[in-house]
Design a protein around this ligand. Sequence first.
Ligand code: ZN
Ligand code: ZN
Length: 225
Amino acid sequence: MPLFKRRPTEFAAPIGTLPCTDQGCRNETATACSYRDRRGRACEMAFCPEHWSMIGGIMYCRRHAGTISAMGPGTDPSALPELENRGPSLVSWVADEIGPEIEELLRGIARSTETVKTEPEVKVVFDHKRRRRWERSWKLIEPTGISLKVALTVNEDEDDALVDVRVNSNVIARGVPPWIARRRAGLGVGGQVDKDQRELFHRFFINHIAEEITAQRTADASLSA
Ligand SMILES: [Zn+2]
Ligand SMILES: [Zn+2]
């Protein structure tokens, strides 16, 4: 018989004691964001239950909740971007917006032996100089391997709002989304102008992808003819 009865572990209600970082919120029930970047630095934001974001029962500030959900909750911590970097969330956001159209373009040019594969999470990719970039991709897969790849990427050592469009290894178009450009210029974001500009930005990417993959297929066909 043990001398002491083991006490059950009690669920600790996630109520903090810090002031909430949200502008205009006076709650002092905030908990610090759980995000740690790849250098081990901790986020200093703290939010109350009304303003925090939970992913898998873990509390994050809104920005880092975006990063974690873009990369998937099981991501290796050494792949997580530095605190201020919004690259993965932005890649994920644009990919969700134009992904269905990219899939359709790929299905349109696929040969009978090829299937379309969509990567649902942001991956870290290294270039030949070991520089990182965040990537969401769509591929045409043949029994022998990848025959074509379209990707949206943001480079770690560049502007974290600059999105590149890649077809295979070439960057064919790039741009900062207009809503970010407007915010940076101190202009208001929202309304019809914003909607139209978003649409233009998406068209710009889609049209370049369509042009490039058609050109590549034509070149392939003349090679094998
Ligand atoms: Zn709050
Ligand atoms: Zn955070």
